[in-house]
Design a protein around this ligand. Structure first.
Ligand SMILES: Cc1ncc(COP(=O)(O)O)c(C=O)c1O
Length: 411
């Protein structure tokens, strides 16, 4: 019997068997159609079964399905890096492949830690992170989310030490946040004075904290955080696993700011949701610290499916589709749709790019709303008492309207 992820098997309803995906829709064995309004856990940015990506995969599978990525390279990986170079800031010039969001983060954490060891700084072992962050389910990623993470508390005894920074929540009608931000920065400053020279890296999801509840904060706050920690020689990791590839209305969430990290982590939308693939992109300063005659100074980390050529071919095609004017315009239209449509009774409504979210009074109510949407053929997945829309970019105005109408009726 299959054991599902993030599921209490005792109480959850049995899995619904899906036999086909078509654009924004999932089609069940019974013939029923479900509108996938969360892009199947944030991955299917172009919708399901995109024929162009399917074709690229088919072609690559018949040419070279896989090869160990230590002694060999291949065309799809090189094409992908070239294509990404056009959209990733030039300072971030070193591309390390892995195969999911958690491993992209794990790699960044390990590289940051080893960087200091390699350059002879021995005692930088603390991490800084934002309260309510989510970076995946491997041990480094869980540790970075902190001991109070609602997903990982069971394992907290095994975590490395991470100091959490509060997040000033931004939403429609939040009012001025400057004072709150000032206080948080002052607290951070005190922490840095105490342990700043022992902190390895700051890790965060830029602007939008996803799995905690689609929580937003201001770019100005992010800039101040980065500026502060840089004063103490601390490295900066942006986890763009969820925010990357225009989800927030720009190619990357960091494009809303004037700061650059030392690492970005990418996955999820990278292959358009077809295959698992991830990248940790860093700069020459980090890469150069691993060059040595001493083998132990190399980054001794890898995965069997590192840079799988079929996944890279899918990613090349996905990026090509993403950069077309029609896709970019559609992303703009979705963002505008969210801005122009209210949701009565929504608490703390917040939107950025193609994502909109709001809270309801309780988790039970959120579950009820989501189950009503399900009865209307719309698949949503609440995060506690938060309901959010995270549609594929090919979603029609009709389907967006239908979703808003359904939510309004339920609420
Ligand atoms: C911001 C962020 N980082 C990392 C991850 C982990 O990615 P994966 O589930 O592919 O391991 C997620 C997953 O939701 C995420 O939202």
């Amino acid at each position: 019997m299959i054991w599902r992820p993030f599921t209490q098997e005792k109480t959850a309803p049995p899995a619904l068997k899906i036999i086909k995906g078509e654009g924004t829709h999932l089609i069940a064995e019974s013939g029923e159609k479900y509108l996938d309004m969360i892009s199947s856990w944030f991955v299917t940015i172009h919708g399901h079964a995109n024929p162009e990506i399917a074709e690229a995969i088919s072609h690559q599978a018949k040419t070279l399905e896989h090869v160990i990525f230590t002694r060999f390279s291949h065309d799809p990986s090189e094409r992908l890096v070239e294509a990404l170079k056009a959209v990733v800031p030039g300072k971030l010039s070193r591309y390390f492949f892995s195969d999911n969001g958690s491993t992209a983060v794990e790699v960044a954490i390990k590289m940051a830690y080893q960087y200091f060891k390699n350059v002879g700084v021995k005692d930088r072992r603390f991490f800084l992170s934002l309260d309510g962050g989510y970076y995946g389910d491997t041990f480094g990623a869980m540790s970075a989310a902190g001991i109070n993470s609602k997903y990982h508390a069971t394992f907290s005894e095994l975590f490395f030490e991470t100091v959490m920074i509060k997040v000033p929540e931004y939403y429609d009608d939040a009012g001025s946040l400057e004072m709150q931000e000032d206080e948080i920065i002052s607290t951070l400053e005190r922490t840095l004075q105490e342990i700043g020279d022992r902190v390895c890296a700051l890790i965060l999801e830029p602007l939008l904290q996803g799995s905690f509840g689609m929580r937003l904060y201001r770019p100005e706050f992010l800039e101040r955080l980065v500026d502060r920690v840089r004063e103490y020689g601390i490295l900066v990791i942006f986890d763009e696993v969820m925010t990357g590839f225009y989800r927030t209305g720009k190619m990357f969430a960091m494009n809303y700011t004037n700061v650059l990290p030392d690492f970005i982590c990418l996955s999820k939308g990278l292959t358009g949701g077809f295959l698992p693939l991830a990248l940790t992109i860093t700069c020459d300063k980090i890469y150069d610290a691993f060059l040595s005659d001493d083998k132990a100074k190399a980054f001794l980390h890898g995965h069997s499916y590192t840079a799988n050529p079929i996944a890279c071919a899918a990613a090349c095609k996905s990026l090509e589709i993403l950069r077309r004017q029609e896709t970019v315009s559609k992303i703009g239209e979705i963002s505008e749709f969210h801005r122009n449509h209210s949701i009565p009774n929504a608490i703390k409504r917040r939107s950025i790019g193609t994502v909109t979210a709001f809270d309801v009074e309780s988790e039970d109510k959120a579950n009820l709303v989501v189950s009503k949407a399900w009865d209307n053929g719309i698949f949503l997945r609440p995060l506690g008492k938060t309901i959010y829309l995270f549609p594929p970019y090919c979603v029609s105005n009709y389907d967006l309207s239908r979703t808003y109408d359904t939510l309004n009726k339920c609420l």
